[in-house]
Design a protein around this ligand. Structure first.
Ligand SMILES: [Mg+2]
Length: 365
């Protein structure tokens, strides 16, 4: 059975709460859903989110890459030859990891549908519930404490605090959140490159000294400053998680070589899909590094794929899969849903996505 067509769909959906980090503020998810269709008309879906500030990926760029470069390579090829098709996509262009991830996931989704099994089964797992953290958007200490208490009431037990917007206030923010949620909630921090190495050491040590029981600190310094990242890791006790510093295998090799971080956040839109993501997870494990799987601000297709990977492969800490939870409504029919602090994968072929809610997307646009 050959691949008959590749289609792209531009999606925009509003968030119920603005998402604010040290890098950006956003109120919508802008994303490209890619559909790979076999000769029977069976679709497989993948997603390329727009993330100007992190990967530089845009909907327009991903769409051009898929249409002009990647789709022509796939049309007419054997839909069951998954490894070869994904390898072809990976080698076709430099960069454009979002577009490559969308096709890698769409090919996996299609393969799982053709076998009649959930994507997690194709990846070698059976679990259909995956715990996630939830992010608290950057804000002042009072707002953060109120939001933290609300999220705890909604069932979340791992909170990810966006810090790094002003180093002087970050200790107060963490203290306010710990006071609001009590001792039983895990708190992790993401500075999104917002600190200098000296600020990072000062803030992290202050948090350690205050006994605030923080789980880990994500990307304290600029992504290219691996020496700074290693310098921070050397001087603090809390585990340091590399996110923006590690896109692909070469990046992770460099972090391992310099012992620059204790953990890595693997994201499909950074590394180019499920196959390279599994390589990253295996490489991290082989070197005794911790790993979680995260996502960009993206919809149920991308998060469903990331959650399926976690369900099959496992991670050393709770993963970061709350992106689609932020959506006011889902732009796709079927797919994942959230239940308390869990992503629930549908017990249906592939990602369980049955279509796009075009009318709703059009009305929103
Ligand atoms: Mg991050």
């Amino acid at each position: 059975m050959t691949i008959a067509a590749v289609r792209t769909h531009r999606l925009s959906a509003p968030l119920h709460t603005p998402f604010v980090t040290a890098l950006r503020r956003t109120t919508t998810v802008e994303t490209l859903v890619v559909e790979v269709i076999d000769g029977d008309g069976r679709p497989g879906f993948g997603e390329a989110p727009q993330v100007w500030q992190v990967t530089g990926a845009s909907v327009a760029g991903a769409e051009a890459c898929v249409r002009e470069m990647l789709a022509p390579l796939l049309i007419g090829r054997d839909a069951d030859d998954l490894q070869a098709a994904c390898a072809l996509v990976r080698r076709a262009v430099v960069g454009n990891e979002s577009a490559k991830a969308a096709l890698d996931v769409a090919l996996h989704d299609l393969a799982a549908r053709r076998l009649g099994v959930p994507l997690v089964r194709l990846l070698g797992g059976t679990a259909l519930r995956v715990p996630t953290d939830v992010t608290l958007a950057a804000g002042d200490a009072v707002d953060l404490a109120a939001t933290a208490a609300r999220r705890r009431g909604e069932g979340f037990t791992v909170l990810k605090l966006k810090v790094g917007t002003d180093a002087r206030g970050d200790l107060d923010r963490v203290r306010a959140v710990r006071a609001a949620v009590g001792p039983d909630v895990r708190i992790r921090l993401d500075a999104n490159q917002g600190w200098t190495p000296r600020e990072a050491v000062r803030v992290i040590r202050a948090i350690e000294d205050a006994g605030l029981d923080v789980e880990l600190v994500e990307q304290p310094v600029h992504r290219r400053d691996l020496d700074g990242l290693a310098w921070v890791s050397d001087r603090v006790d809390l585990p340091i998680l590399a996110d923006e510093s590690v896109f692909d295998v070469r990046d992770l090799v460099e972090v391992i070589r310099r012992r620059a971080a204790d953990m890595v956040n693997v994201k499909l839109a950074k590394c180019g899909g499920l196959q390279p993501a599994r390589t990253l997870l295996d490489l991290a494990a082989a070197h005794g590094m911790g790993a979680i799987v995260g996502s960009m601000m993206e919809g149920p297709v991308g998060v469903g794929a990331a959650a399926s990977l976690v369900a099959a492969h496992g991670t050393t800490a709770v993963s970061d899969l709350d992106a689609a939870w932020w959506l006011a409504w889902s732009p796709v029919a079927g797919g994942i849903r959230y239940e308390g602090a869990n992503v629930v994968l549908p017990d249906a072929p592939g990602l369980g996505v049955t279509g796009l809610r075009e009318a709703k997307i059009q009305a929103h646009a």
